[in-house]
Design a protein around this ligand. Structure first.
Ligand SMILES: NC(=O)c1ccc[n+]([C@@H]2O[C@H](COP(=O)([O-])OP(=O)(O)OC[C@H]3O[C@@H](n4cnc5c(N)ncnc54)[C@H](OP(=O)(O)O)[C@@H]3O)[C@@H](O)[C@H]2O)c1
Length: 326
């Protein structure tokens, strides 16, 4: 299997290399690309050293089975279409293609069926969206979702490596806001991305759009508030879900317990610090909402793993299985 990663030196790119190593899939080639600033850096796939190359148009003309992009929307829009012509599949982590009708937006356990026989660009969803849609899809099958109200508590690594740098510097006393509109240390910031005319932020709007697209329900009612918190890794979400039908907590618990990609905790709760190397969406504090047709739960996921790299590698594994390559 020949693979390339664009943005290999970033938070997500490095985790992609880790997730590929953990998958034990034998790779005949793994080429790593980043900007010219990181060219020559050595990264390791298992114990094999690989030198990072500068991304160029000509580098994307080489044939790979799968090319992962994790370098932001601008780079993806410029280089991913080139890579998609030369290679079978491009899996992009940015928001560059998620809204395009003809581009699948995929969480393997929820709507992975849509990439059977597909070639071209596949979009990896927003990190917070991935972790909430996994349990919501399970509950939707049981009771039919009607409305979702979500508040997120998102870690600084969700902003890329510079988010971590800003928090760490402020922990040491710096008053430089870094990439954030306010000091993030010992604070919470109810803004992720710019604000739109609707009053929602870009991150909130991504979650509205992407949740509907992945759950294949354009009528789903949603209201999301996204908040940055001084946590290094792990996004949390408080999710209120309303259904067409009466809910039964016991049915919901059994289905969540049986679902792949979910770790369900009936008697305790999970915090971001508990995540370790988990690639699962963690669900706990499940309880009735405001009436017999609604549920509330607490949800935690590793944003760089489940919310990005592990989902992208999951898409790769599923597609390769469909294509008979695995
Ligand atoms: N972090 C998360 O939790 C998360 C979750 C879901 C999706 N995403 C998305 O994944 C993407 C990457 O995020 P990240 O958190 O990994 O960001 P990051 O830590 O800031 O890393 C960015 C990567 O992009 C590369 N890059 C920047 N400019 C480039 C250029 N001109 N040519 C080639 N490579 C270039 C950087 O290379 P250099 O080292 O050379 O600068 C680095 O490898 C973003 O689109 C982000 O929205 C992130």
């Amino acid at each position: 299997m020949k693979i390339a990663i664009v943005g290999a030196t970033g938070e997500v790119g490095r985790m992609m290399i880790t997730c590929l190593s953990e998958s034990n899939i034998e790779l005949s080639e793994l080429d790593l690309f980043a900007s010219k600033h990181s060219a020559g850096t050595t990264l390791y796939h298992i114990d094999h050293p690989i030198k990072v190359q500068t991304l160029t148009e000509s580098s994307m003309l080489k044939h790979y089975d799968y090319v992962f992009f994790s370098a932001g929307a601008g780079i993806a829009r410029t280089f991913a279409p080139l890579a998609a012509q030369a290679s079978e599949i491009v899996i992009d982590n940015s928001s560059g293609f998620r809204r395009e009708n003809n581009i699948p937006l995929v969480v393997p356990d929820v709507n992975g069926d849509i990439i059977d026989g597909y070639s071209g660009i596949i979009a990896n969803p927003n990190c917070s969206t991935i972790q909430i849609v996994i349990p919501l899809a399970v509950l939707d099958k049981l009771f039919t979702l009607r409305k979702i109200v979500v508040s997120t508590y998102q870690s600084v690594s969700g902003s890329g490596h510079q988010g971590i740098v800003a928090l760490q510097n402020q922990r040491k006393g710096s008053t430089d806001k870094g990439i954030y509109p306010h000091i993030i240390d010992l604070n919470v910031i109810p803004q992720i991305g710019g604000f739109l005319d609707s009053g929602y932020s870009q991150e909130e709007e991504k979650m509205h759009f992407e949740t509907r697209k992945i759950l294949r329900n354009s009528n789903l009612l949603l209201s999301v508030t996204t908040v940055r918190v001084p946590v290094i890794y792990g996004h949390s979400a408080s999710v209120y879900a309303e259904f067409e039908n009466d809910v039964q907590i016991a049915y919901a618990e059994n289905a969540l317990m049986d679902a792949s990609s979910i770790e369900y905790y009936p008697n305790t709760y999970v915090t971001p610090l508990d995540l370790g190397n988990s690639n699962e969406s963690q669900v706990c504090r499940l309880r009735l909402g405001s009436d017999a047709k609604s549920l509330v739960f607490w949800n935690v996921g590793h944003n760089v793993r489940l919310g990005a790299a592990a989902n992208a590698v999951g898409i790769f594994k599923l597609h390769a299985k469909f294509a008979g390559k695995l």
